[in-house]
Each structure stands twice: as C-alpha cells, then as structure tokens.
Design a protein around this ligand. Structure first.
Ligand code: CUA
Length: 315
C-alpha cells in the first residue's frame, strides 16, 4: 500500500494519448516476439529442443543394457561401441562416472538419441560444438538430430557429480564412410569383438590355455564388466584413480579397513564376492573416498566377473 491514497475516482479518468501509444507499442512488440519465438525454433541456430518422457532409472538401465547387448560391435577401453542404424532409437546413459556407449554415427543421417542418467544429475556437454543440457535420472530426453560434420566429439559431464566427475568423458564419432572407422581404431572385424559365451575364438586376455567353459566365463565376465559399468572406476591397465585396478589384483594382499580397523586380506573368490555384494564391508586403504554402489549381480555373473579378474592376474 502506498503512503498516499490515490485521488478518488482516478480510474474513471480518460487514458492519456501518450499512454495509449505506449500500450500499443508494447502490444505490437509482444506479438513480434511471440512470432519470432516460433520462427527461432525453426530457423535459429540454438540448442535443439527435445521431447522428454518420464521413466525410471531401473527401466532406462534395462533398455540401455538390452540395446547395447544387441548392437555393440566392439569395446573401447571397457566402453561398449555401437554403430546405430540411421533413423533408429539410440540409448545413451550417464552414470557415475562414465557415458556409454561410444557412438559411431553417419554424417547426414537422422537419429533418435535417448539420454538419461542412472543415478544422479549429470551434464551432457557436447564438445567442441558446445551443446549443453542437464541429464536427470527419471527422465528420458529424446533428441531427434542429424550430425552435419564428421569428426570426433567428446561428451563431457558439466555437473559436479562426485569424486570421479572429471573422468566422465564419452565419445561420439561422426563418419562420412566406413573407411573413416580406421582413423578412430573402430574397424572391428564384423561383430567378432563381442565376447559371445560359448564361442571358441581365442581371447586376447588369456595368458594360458584354459578349458572352453572357463574361456566362456572370462568373456562373459568381461561383458558384465563393460555393460554394468565396473569399468568406470576399475581399470585393467594398472591405472587406479578411483578404485583398485583389476590387472594383477587376484591373489594380491591388500590392506583394507573393516569397521575402522586396518587389516590385510588376500584377494580371492570369497573376497571378490563380498566386495560385490557388500562393497562397504571392507574398503581398500587409499580408496576410502570412493563409495562403490551395490551392483545387483546374480551368482553366475559374480562367477564370470571373478573369472575375468583372475584372467588379468598376469597382466
Ligand atoms: Cu557426471 Cu559430473
């Protein structure tokens, strides 16, 4: 309420000419902006508008995993690589702390990219074109788009999402023709890079000849490692930022903390199982900052992952 009450009957006074003029100008301006808003959507060069659907992290993870299992053509540093068919639906997911899969797209073709998060809020930042948006769990962002320039693009996470945030870098490669695949090291022999249980092609990881079923277990274990996202923290090349590397881990003595007390354990089948089922029971000294999520693996998958870790013993 103002200090002085307006003069009685002010609203009955005629509107002055200049006042009317300003009202007209602002009304026309509003109309112009409204029309331009629609035109800008079509002709403007800005972040694309997407359609969003509700989903759940569990449901999206399920679709994402099934999609990758069906379509992956190879593995790049533990990240599945997919070359989707033009005009198809592509599932791309952020989780602590990786984007998957790595995508190979054809220049000039349309794709329906479904993007979501498995755990918390991540930021999808496509570089170097600098396209940004937030990715929440529970929402499926569908981006209908056509890559117009060939090259390698990085998907950086631009929302701080925890201790491994800076390592969360995904890859999208846009090619003009299949020849380009060599340039990126993605010229996998047709489908054979996918570890298929039961096949008897010699794996690159095994250092000694093992019975066929053990071979299949190792391959299946590597697939679990790739699909479930263990690779986001556990590397197999000896680098260890967020969690112990898996190569050379089996049989090793590790210092761990249990209920605040430091003890020494030997990494064996039982210890690996315990670490998967109850990750916080024993935490490796030096990695107390990383909280390992509980991955719902069944007994068979645990056996396979263990076989995979074992196979990396001498690497
Ligand atoms: Cu994901 Cu930062």
């Amino acid at each position: 309420m103002s200090l002085l009450a307006p003069v009685e009957g002010w609203y009955a006074k005629k509107v002055a000419r200049d006042e009317k003029m300003w009202m007209l100008i602002s009304f026309v301006l509003c109309l112009m902006l409204f029309v331009w808003m629609l035109l800008w959507h079509v002709y403007g060069e800005q972040n694309p508008s997407n359609v969003t659907y509700r989903t759940t992290p569990v449901e999206f993870s399920r679709l994402h995993e099934a999609y990758i299992k069906k379509n992956m053509i190879g593995i790049d540093n533990g990240v599945p690589v997919v070359k989707p068919e033009p005009k198809s639906d592509v599932f791309f997911m952020g989780e602590m702390w990786r984007w998957s899969p790595a995508l190979i797209l054809q220049k000039g073709e349309w794709y329906n990219l479904h993007i979501s998060s498995k755990d918390l809020m991540h930021g999808f930042s496509l570089q170097p074109v600098n396209m940004n948006f937030q990715v929440y769990p529970g929402y499926d962002y569908v981006l209908h788009f056509k890559p117009t320039e060939a090259g390698e693009y990085k998907v950086l996470c631009n929302e701080f999402c925890g201790i491994g945030h800076h390592t969360m870098i995904g890859k999208i490669v846009v090619i003009e023709n299949d020849e380009d695949l060599k340039k990126y090291g993605y010229d996998f022999p047709e489908k054979s890079a996918v570890p298929a249980p039961g096949t008897d092609t010699a794996p690159a990881t095994a250092t000694e000849v093992a019975p066929a079923s053990a071979e299949a277990d190792i391959k299946a274990g590597e697939l679990v490692y790739t699909l479930k996202g263990c690779v986001a923290c556990h590397k197999t090349d000896g680098t260890a930022q967020l969690a112990p590397a898996w190569n050379g881990l089996f049989g090793k003595k590790e210092k761990v903390k249990e209920n605040g007390k430091e003890i020494e354990v030997t990494v064996d089948e039982a210890y690996i199982r315990e670490s998967i089922v109850t990750p916080q029971q024993k935490v490796t000294v030096g990695y107390e900052q990383t909280v390992m999520p509980v991955f719902a693996l069944n007994d068979e998958e645990i056996r396979q992952v263990t076989a995979f870790v074992k196979s990396l013993q001498n690497k």
